[in-house]
Design a binder for this molecule. Structure first.
Ligand SMILES: Nc1ncnc2c1ncn2[C@@H]1O[C@H](COP(=O)(O)OP(=O)(O)OP(=O)(O)O)[C@@H](O)[C@H]1O
Ligand SMILES: [Mg+2]
Length: 443
């Protein structure tokens, strides 16, 4: 990655890491001009080999937008590339690294995907040759310490990173989505996302995010493993890094199995923007079931999305945009991915990205009302809320357990105002009832 950024080709090949092999999936052709990227006129077609192996390894890599039997499928209007491919590549942070590394180049998503490094999201690879040789990606083989990753992340944010340092971080972090500084990191024989502080943070976001994931787990939401690591930064100051275990990889004795990944933005056909959509949690539910995630019952999409909605409302995570919900394919089935990126947003950011029922304001009452758009009847919704809210009301304990300091706790308090009111109305904040589903930290 740190070497060359490829020129825009007329066509390139999509591959998938399946069953320990790299299989050709199909081809993307350019029918338009090179620049700007939205005018590239990209179109995708599955290859015969992939279509012929339907009963064995292959599958529709986006069952909604890239179904089998469609011939050439153009990229959605006003976008450069199909969402399923874009989901494999970086967003704001990774793209910024790439643009800083190659300041003189005009760079679209095709060049970024073809440059491949840093363990892409999901199982797709991209290559200008049919062999797929360059479709392999991996984290920079040279081991790196978290302190060093953090130091470079800080330097990049201050515009002080030297090109070799940017290249180094690119090898570790360019493929991950999201806007915040991050890198891929090998830890305990697995791949993790390392999330670093952002220069504009007003609290220790990493600790708060870890606590929110703990709260998620405590109310039965599917969560990835996470750890908060303190390292010494500039001037020996203690700094915090959040490690979240990658859920699109399953470590085995024969290496990592990769799982297919699609963002909610992609499957909902909203490739033009993650915010300001007219979509609601009910639409997330509808697409989850269309992808095959059972609506009801244990592990059903309805109860799971309802718990996530309650969590987002209670912790004031209004940044619940369409790339912060996703699907993975495991055991031949698409289902909601484990939850990620749950962070209390500053007051002022008071509308959710996804609508509830009538509004986007995060209120418990409206979340409960939204349950009926999630295939839950009133009784189920009440029971789920009665289980979750007393646990979430203990947010201070969860934060304290992760080492959130008093000053941050005071800054966080207005974001948790509604659950505090709910707790004093219900007299439950001081009488915690441990959740039976909790396998998170004991509180
Ligand atoms: N545990 C995980 N396993 C695999 N992929 C993950 C995991 N956590 C996050 N991701 C992927 O990385 C992307 C960025 O992660 P995340 O949303 O946590 O970062 P962020 O920079 O805080 O995002 P945002 O821009 O929404 O604030 C996600 O959109 C998702 O594709
Ligand atoms: Mg995110």
């Amino acid at each position: 990655m740190s070497g060359a950024l490829p020129e825009l080709p007329e066509r390139f090949f999509v591959h998938a890491h399946v069953g320990g092999k790299l299989l050709p999936v199909g081809v993307v052709e350019r029918t338009g001009r090179a620049w700007p990227p939205v005018q590239r006129g990209l179109r995708f077609r599955y290859g015969k080999r992939w279509l012929d192996s339907v009963d064995t390894d292959s599958f529709e890599i986006d069952p909604i937008n890239l179904p089998f039997g469609s011939g050439w499928i153009p990229a959605p209007a006003d976008t450069e590339i199909h969402g399923a491919f874009r989901d494999a590549g970086p967003d704001g942070w990774g793209q910024e690294l790439i643009r800083k590394r190659w300041v003189d180049r005009q760079i679209g998503m095709v060049e970024i995907l073809l440059s491949g490094a840093g363990e892409r999201t999901g199982l797709l690879g991209f290559s200008t040759d049919t062999s797929g040789r360059s479709a392999h990606d991996s984290i920079d083989a040279e081991p790196i310490e978290l302190e060093e990753l953090l130091r470079i992340s800080d330097a990049i944010q201050e515009n002080e990173a030297a090109p070799p340092e940017i290249a180094r971080l690119l090898g570790h972090g360019s493929s991950l989505g999201g806007a915040r500084p991050k890198a891929g990191f090998r830890h305990k024989h697995a791949l993790w996302v390392a999330k670093f502080p952002h220069r504009e943070d007003d609290i220790d976001v990493q600790k708060a995010e870890a606590a929110c994931l703990d709260m998620a787990e405590a109310i039965g939401i599917v969560t990835p493993a996470r750890e908060v690591v303190e390292v010494r930064g500039a001037g020996n100051a203690p700094r915090t890094i959040l490690l979240v275990k990658r859920f699109d990889r399953i470590e085995t004795d024969n290496g990592a199995v990769r799982l297919a990944y699609l963002s909610a933005e992609t499957v909902l056909g909203r490739t033009g923007g993650t915010y300001n959509s007219t979509l609601r949690y009910g639409d997330l539910m509808a697409i989850a079931t269309r992808l095959g995630h059972a609506a009801v019952g244990a592990g059903g999409a309805g109860p799971e999305i309802f718990r996530r909605l309650l969590l987002n409302v209670v912790v004031h995570n209004t940044d619940d945009h369409l790339r912060n919900h996703a699907f993975i394919r495991a055991g031949g089935k698409w289902r909601l991915s484990p939850v990620f990126d749950v962070v209390p947003q500053a007051p002022g950011n008071d509308q959710m990205a996804l609508g509830l029922v009538r509004t986007r304001f995060p209120t418990i009452a409206e979340a409960i009302e939204a349950a009926r758009t999630l295939a839950l009847d009133d009784e189920e919704a009440s029971a789920s809320a009665a289980n979750a809210l007393p646990v979430l009301a203990r947010w201070r304990e969860f934060m304290a357990k992760r080492g959130v300091v008093d000053a941050d706790m005071r800054r966080l308090a207005p974001r948790f105002a509604e659950i505090d009111r709910w707790a004093s109305d219900h007299g439950s904040a001081r009488k915690p009832k441990p959740s039976s589903s909790s396998s998170g930290p004991s509180l």
